[in-house]
Design a protein around this ligand. Structure first.
Ligand code: PLP
Length: 625
């Protein structure tokens, strides 16, 4: 048992449900997958991916933040914000190309004003209240608003929609809503691209022939909002929520269990404590009422559910500590979300949204684990992706990473994709970085080792020349840390004088072209300019760099640090030393894994990443000897 609870998301069930639902829509209708509230607790990103694979043309979210988060993760199809947006969200909506809903004239005016300032254009959908009595222009006086809505050049009316109040069980009222909507649509100066009204139940129960988009939510997750739908469509629950038995106890007649002594023991019983409570999404109203399943047996929840713990009567089941406990099952009907919520007249939508707030999600297809979704993901929404913002994200992530593997996965997968694949940013990175540092004890009398370094990596060649710098104090070198023209920096110990005798380049090459070196030495720095006329032709594409140097290191320093200060894709750093040394290493890594692979033999330590793994700047290794 690693986690106290987890949710398992069966993507095959999701696919099964979705394809069944789609059979009910008009032939010419497209579909929008609802992923608001993290896809009803199933994980917006993974659900979005699957839905897009199955043909979704649009996604539906609750607010700009949910939309931005999908954008960060590389989702590029249109994202509709279903509820009215606030003025404060306009900037994000525009920057992340989200599609807001227009529910009144005030918002569309503010939006247009902002767009004008920025000289931009976006698409919107008009929301009509045809009887839901919630957001949107009221159907009764919508006509008067038409000139106001359609007057803006920079606001493209891409869609118009309404929402059913009771499509799962009130056909008469739903028909009336459709009629009201139809009248509105016929009044429009032109037909927007998308006209839509049906939610999940509406797709199954109704037919709206003038609509060309449906919005699919709850049914795709395998939940029936009304029992009567069961005779029309077969669905499979997508979510399973499980925990584990953490303690087993006995109670006897007269004992009580839990807060306020709600449960009074009448017959001797065995009960189990499970390590989750209402804070984990186990609904409080299920206290003394709900059930769980342990080893295929349904067992009652006894007494009050606590914030973090719950008692289960296990008198009738063989169980031991560590056994799985199904809270929401994707197999046993008694533990389907809608049947659990029926016990307390609750709402399955709500139960799904709150489940697993402390649980990691695991995605399955074909009984194979595809991916898992970290917990922190849900809190980690960063505001922008300009360079400064990125630096902040990276540095925050690096500091967070010490506490969390999960946040680093977010960075790893999302930020890097954003950086290198989704934009034509001029950021370059190194790959196949290989650095060898060899200490040679040429003369036992010497107080220094002769050091040979060898560096090779692949990187896009931007300029026809680059520099190698060597300084004997940190301050002088620091100025060159972020200089993109410098490919190699070496900090010479301050015991040594800055000259060619202490630091020199043995060879510097791009591919097999040996470059022309020009030394420039002063009292603070050795600067070596490296270039070749042939480099002109190689600019703009990835080339193989190699740099070999000859230098010195004091024997009594006992410490050597190697930094990676550019984003790097896979590395190997080797330290070769005389056999009488017994160095230790301390890796400081920012990347997907904190601990690189370390291989030690009697005269060599080799530190390397996984193949193709990204490493962030400020990573490094300290060798102490
Ligand atoms: C949530 C939502 C839906 C999805 O409803 P389901 O009953 O889950 O299918 C559709 N449309 C709008 C506007 C919504 O807010």
């Amino acid at each position: 048992m690693i986690e106290r609870s987890k949710t398992e998301i069966n993507l095959d069930h999701f696919e099964y449900n979705l394809s069944n639902i789609l059979k009910f829509k008009n032939k010419n209708s497209r579909f929008l997958q609802i992923v608001k509230a993290d896809a009803y607790g199933h994980g917006a990103y993974q659900i979005a991916l699957k839905a897009i694979e199955l043909g979704a043309k649009m996604l539906g979210v609750a607010n700009s933040e949910e939309g931005i988060f999908l954008r960060y993760q590389g989702i590029s199809i249109p994202i509709l914000i279903l509820s009215p947006s606030l003025e404060s969200e306009i900037e994000d909506i525009v920057n992340y190309n989200l599609t807001p809903t227009i529910s009144d004239l005030i918002f569309i005016k503010k939006l247009s004003h902002y767009l004008e300032k920025k000289d931009k254009k976006i698409s919107v959908h008009i929301n009509i209240d045809t009887g839901m009595g919630r957001s949107g222009f009221s159907y009764s006086n919508f006509k008067e608003n038409i000139p106001g809505i359609f007057q803006f050049k920079n606001v493209v009316i891409e869609g118009i929609f309404s929402h059913f109040a009771a499509s799962e069980n009130d056909k008469e009222f739903t028909d009336l809503q459709i009629l009201r909507f139809k009248n509105i649509v016929s009044d429009l100066p032109y037909l927007p691209k998308y006209i839509h009204i049906a939610n999940s139940s509406g797709i199954i129960n109704m037919n709206c022939d003038f609509c060309n988009l449906v919005r699919i939510g709850i049914l795709s997750f395998g939940i029936y909002p009304d029992k009567r739908l069961k005779s029309k469509i077969y669905l499979k629950p997508v979510m399973r929520f499980i925990s584990y038995v953490s303690q087993i106890k006995k109670a006897k007649n007269g004992d009580s269990i839990g807060y306020n002594r709600l449960y009074k023991v009448k017959n001797n019983l065995t009960y189990a404590i499970i390590p989750i409570g209402y804070a984990d999404g186990l609904e409080y109203l299920l206290s003394d009422k709900g059930f769980v399943m342990i080893n295929q047996k349904i067992c009652p929840i006894i007494g009050k559910i606590s914030m973090d713990m719950t008692a289960i009567d296990v008198s009738n089941v063989d169980c031991k500590i560590g056994d799985k406990v199904d809270i929401i099952s994707d197999k046993n009907e008694k533990l389907f979300a809608e049947n659990i919520t029926a016990l307390y007249k609750g709402n399955p939508y709500e139960l799904l949204c709150q489940v697993g707030r402390r649980a990691k999600r695991y995605y399955f297809s074909n009984n194979k684990l595809l991916s898992s979704q970290p917990l922190l993901r849900r809190d980690f929404v960063s505001k922008d992706f300009n360079d400064e913002g990125l630096n902040k994200i990276i540095s925050t992530a690096i500091s967070q990473r010490l506490k969390s593997d999960e946040i680093s996965s977010v960075i790893y997968a999302n930020v890097l994709r954003k950086l290198f694949y989704d934009s034509d940013n001029q950021i370059s990175y190194r790959s196949q970085f290989h650095h060898t540092i060899e200490f040679i004890d040429e003369n036992p009398e010497n107080d220094f080792y002769v050091v040979k370094t060898k560096l090779s990596f692949r990187k896009k060649l931007i300029n026809e020349n680059f520099m190698i710098v060597c300084a004997n104090n940190n301050q002088s070198l620091q100025r060159y840390f972020l200089d993109p023209k410098v490919e190699y920096r070496w900090l010479l110990h301050n015991n040594f004088v800055l000259d060619k005798d202490s630091f020199s380049i043995e060879r510097v090459a791009i591919n097999n072209i040996e470059l022309i070196k020009k030394y420039q030495i002063d009292d603070k720095l050795i600067k070596i300019n490296c270039t070749h006329p042939k480099l002109k032709m190689l600019r703009g594409s990835v080339q193989e760099y190699s740099i070999s140097t000859l230098t010195k290191y004091p024997k009594n320093s006992h410490q050597l640090s190697v930094y990676i200060n550019e984003i790097t894709k896979s590395f190997q750093i080797e330290f070769i030393y005389p056999e009488n040394l017994t160095p230790e290493i301390v890796p400081i890594f920012a990347g997907k894994t904190k601990f690189p692979k370390i291989n030690k033999t009697k005269n060599k330590i080799s530190v390397s990443s996984q193949i193709d793994e990204w490493i962030f700047p400020n990573s490094g290794i300290v060798f102490s000897y």
